[in-house]
Design a protein around this ligand. Structure first.
Ligand code: PRP
Length: 171
């Protein structure tokens, strides 16, 4: 769906745009494990302002994961974020429920600013409004894998974004 070259070009653009917006500031990039790790690695190297990195891991309660909107923090930030410029790095924005919870949680810690960059944004899938300042690509509602995105933990290391063949996940 999106080639290695297209991703790298767009990541460089995002890095330049974000660096211009945060000129004179230090940005704390907060990646949401695990999918965002690959994007974080490339985005952070495309940025020219001082960057610091931190990580969160979350999971949803029960099997109704994506619909409950209840998110459990498995790994919290190591850093205090009060007064800092926080940019949350996500690989994909789908229903928006994960980010809604995360942004509310992070905002309560009083950062100087709080924004989101997502590589992929699923068109028409958001169930809650999310203010996402930076977005790499809008994608249709298909099962996308690669560049951090998995199917049963596989395919995260593909350098491109592909669409999983239905036969790969249907009996
Ligand atoms: C994905 C993605 C977001 C979330 C988006 O993570 O990285 O965190 O789902 O979905 P939402 O907008 O519907 O809340 P996933 O749970 O697949 O974990 P992973 O990053 O470890 O693969």
């Amino acid at each position: 769906m999106i080639s290695d070259e297209q991703i790298q070009a767009r990541v460089r653009e995002l890095g330049a745009q974000i660096s211009a917006d945060y000129e004179g500031k230090t940005v704390l990039l907060v990646a949401v494990l695990r999918g965002a790790a690959i994007f974080l690695a490339d985005l952070s190297r495309a940025m020219t302002v001082p960057v610091e990195l931190d990580f969160m891991a979350v999971s949803s309660y029960g099997s109704s994961t994506k619909s409950s909107g209840v998110v459990r923090i498995l790994k919290d930030l190591d850093e205090q974020i009060e007064g800092r410029h926080v940019l949350v790095v996500e690989d994909i924005l789908d229903t928006g429920l994960t980010l809604k919870y995360l942004l509310k949680n992070l905002a309560s810690r009083k950062p100087a600013s709080l924004e989101v960059v997502t590589l992929l944004n699923k068109e028409g899938k958001q169930r809650v409004p999310i203010s996402c300042k930076y977005s790499g690509f809008s994608v249709p509602d298909e099962f996308v894998v690669g560049y951090g995105l998995d199917f049963a933990e596989r395919y995260r290391n593909l350098p491109y974004i592909g669409v999983l063949r239905p036969s790969a996940y249907q009996d």
